[in-house]
Ligand binder design. Structure first.
Ligand code: MOS
Length: 708
């Protein structure tokens, strides 16, 4: 193994594909237009539960340019999928409103759209049940929660400890369903060539799409190629293949020509997943100096009839704070709703809203500064597994954040600061995200001209993955980034793990380092000169990752918020957000900062705006566009700053890095809710912090709120 100075890792290299992107040359999935291309427009169920009786296609198929109308009655048969969401058009059953029930293929998108409107889908509708309640009689304990954790944990006797505790916080928090809306909606161009299938697909993992789609069509994985060099965001919604990519492949197979399918923004609210709504009860027991004796966190969530998606809401509570008596649980109910999926920090984001709101309530109940409270409950080892932390930077982040934010001297009394008629407040919350790493393969090649090509089926979903892999390769090869070309985004490249779970850089970077080390060693053996036809080395990190020693590996952060609340309207403005993170070595400060502030901005959206509203009568989420599903705009986002502490953790990977894609969103909503409480004296335990929620509570609970 070679050891090298790493001058490029840690430097703010510009995005290597930046010029391609800003000049419009970077091709996204939808932009591929092979010859003979047709357009597919799906039809979605308008009942939340029932059976398709028949689909009347007569009026549609006579339109000029319409090639086919495909539904259960005439669709090609697929092998059953592990994820029943992918059994597209394989059954008469309707599992949720918005599920794909048919697709029209035509020469133009307009023609396909018009024909889709003319399809007559007749249903036998059945009564539906779409309402998440903690006391739902069908609540059950899933066997595992994502990605593979036990649903419940318990240490000591938390009930007895709560009964004996001097100070108890016992509150219920709720978070709504939220829908992922990357700038580029999901899109696929599917082309068959005999038994070979090529998919230009907007995905977070080309290898995973290949391995999932191939068996549905009875093909070996090698017959499917998935190409996605550029992806306009995903946030988890493109992390695993969903129904649109299968529908595109199925439609193309049926008509025997290439088919392009773009998911519209409106369709995204049914078929590309969402964050489950949660109901969370948190109980904290403490002695009078704020030392926790008991932590109990119970989460209630939903999934669809056709797939169990069990989000890991209370898992961060297992490792955040010391307490001898503790319990975490997850309960799930299967409803007639679309299947939830991953959305940036799935689990940690809603779970830490509840825990970190409760910690703020405990700080007030004990009369202890909320930063000091967290420091007092810092565990020495992972409180549930007993494992040592590979590194744990929470206290350092809290202290550094307090210094930068100007926390010292803060008066904890709520509802006493005013400026220009607005109530002002500040809040803090902790953040955390696990450090994952998955096996990947990579090749590194020295070209005859002395430049290098690195190949790996990684995905750059806008994060800067291609850029950081270039830096990592350059350092390992002891060359400069402009002599390294990194090829990603194609399943024909060496198999790689997903751009998900904040593990891309750690997983792919390890494989790239090992391949480049092997190549550098081989070049050294040959005296430094590449042979005339080049030289290649490869790496597979399966053994290395399987053999890694056990540690509790997590990134940490501290989120600070300052808000101004208008006591007349309840309008809340986030004046300042500061996040300070401990995420190992920062490989590229420019792309890292963009990940952190992007996550924090999404957290601001979570706190104040994002909410998918379930309509009980229709059995569907009502708001299907940006007019009604609100996300933070530039006007909402003022002063957002991210910083990090130096962290030297030898137990991670060759780069010493932790993931940074998701931790930015974790804790942000709690910091804002805590700041709103500090400003107004009103504790909003249900996200988002809407005007009506503040005003309703202001009538009876806020002494500082002006009487009207
Ligand atoms: Mo992320 S929600 O794990 O893609």
């Amino acid at each position: 193994m070679t050891t090298t100075a790493r001058p490029y890792v840690g430097s703010a290299l510009d995005r290597v594909e930046g010029l391609e992107k800003v000049t419009g040359r970077a091709g996204y999935a939808f932009e591929h237009s092979p010859d003979e291309l047709l357009y597919a427009v799906p039809v979605q169920a308008v009942v939340a539960r029932g059976e398709i009786r028949v689909v009347g296609v007569d009026a549609a198929v006579v339109l000029p340019g319409v090639i086919a109308a495909i539904w259960y009655g005439n669709a090609p048969r697929l092998a059953p999928a592990e994820n029943a969401e992918l059994d597209v058009l394989q059954s008469r059953r309707v599992a949720y409103r918005g599920q794909y029930v048919a697709v029209v293929v035509a020469e133009t998108p307009e023609g396909a759209g018009e024909a889709a409107r003319l399809l007559r889908v007749e249903y036998d509708a059945e009564p539906h049940d779409v309402e998440l309640r903690a006391d739902h009689p069908d609540m059950y304990r899933p066997d595992r929660v994502n990605p593979n954790y036990p649903p419940d944990t318990e240490r000591g006797d938390p009930d007895a400890a709560l009964a004996e505790a001097r100070i108890v916080v016992d509150e219920t928090y709720t978070t709504p369903a939220e829908h992922n809306n990357p700038m580029e909606p999901h899109a696929t161009v599917a082309l068959w060539d005999g038994d070979g299938l090529t998919l230009y697909d907007s995905t977070q993992g080309a290898s995973a799409v290949r391995d999932t789609v191939a068996p549905l069509f009875g093909l070996p994985p090698g017959n499917v190629r998935v190409i996605s060099p550029h992806v306009g965001g995903g946030f988890g919604s493109k992390g695993a293949p969903l129904s649109p990519v299968v529908l595109a492949a199925l439609a193309a197979k049926h008509v025997g020509r290439p088919v392009k399918l773009a998911v519209t923004r409106q369709q995204m609210f049914a078929v590309t997943g969402y964050r489950t709504p949660t109901i969370q009860r948190v109980r904290l027991g403490a002695d009078i100096d704020g030392r926790l004796t008991a932590i109990v966190h119970d989460a209630f969530e939903q999934s669809s009839r056709i797939r169990e998606f069990a989000e890991q809401t209370t898992t961060p509570t297992r490792m955040m704070y010391a307490a001898p008596h503790r319990r975490t649980t997850h309960r799930l109910v299967r409803l007639d709703v679309p299947t939830p999926a991953w959305m940036r920090a799935p689990g940690e984001a809603p779970g830490m809203f509840a825990l970190e709101s409760a910690m703020d309530e405990l700080a007030l109940a004990c009369g202890i500064d909320p930063i000091e409270l967290r420091i007092r409950n810092e565990p020495v080892t992972d409180p549930e597994s007993g494992l040592p932390f590979s590194s744990r930077g929470l206290v350092a982040c809290l202290r550094e954040g307090a210094r930068r934010f100007g926390w010292a001297g803060r008066d904890p009394a709520p509802g006493i600061r005013r400026r220009d008629g607005l109530l002002l407040g500040t809040g803090v919350a902790a953040s955390t995200y696990p450090v994952y790493r998955r096996p990947s393969r990579a090749t590194a090649r020295c070209e005859p001209d002395g430049t290098f090509t690195v190949r790996i089926a990684a995905a750059d979903i806008g994060t800067g993955a291609r850029t950081v892999l270039t830096q990592i390769a350059a350092d390992t090869l002891r060359t400069s980034p402009d002599r390294v070309r990194v090829e990603i985004g194609d399943s024909a490249l060496p198999t790689a793990s997903l751009a998900g779970g904040s593990m891309g850089t750690a997983s792919w970077g390890t494989a790239v380092v090992r391949a480049c080390e092997a190549l550098a060693d081989e070049l050294d053996r040959r005296g430094g000169d590449p042979p005339a036809d080049g030289l290649e080395a490869d790496a597979d990190t399966t053994e290395e990752i399987d053999a890694q020693p056990l540690f509790a590996r997590h990134a940490f952060g501290a989120q600070f918020a300052e808000v101004a609340v208008d006591p007349g309207s309840g309008e809340t403005r986030v004046l300042r957000l500061l996040g300070v993170f401990a995420a190992g070595r920062i490989v590229n400060p420019k792309t890292a900062r963009s990940q952190f502030i992007g996550g924090m901005t999404m957290g601001l959206s979570t706190a104040l705006l994002e909410e998918s509203v379930m309509d009980r009568e229709f059995g569907d989420y009502l708001n299907h566009d940006f007019a009604q599903y609100h996300i933070a705009t530039c006007a909402d986002v003022r002063d957002v700053e991210a910083a990090w502490i130096e962290e030297d953790d030898p137990h991670l990977n060759p780069m010493g890095s932790k993931g940074i894609g998701e931790i930015g969103i974790v804790g942000t909503a709690a910091a804002i809710a805590n700041a709103v409480h500090h400003a107004t004296g009103i504790r909003v335990r249900d996200l988002p912090i809407r005007l009506d929620r503040l005003l309703r509570q202001s009538r009876n609970s806020a002494p500082s709120w002006p009487r009207r």
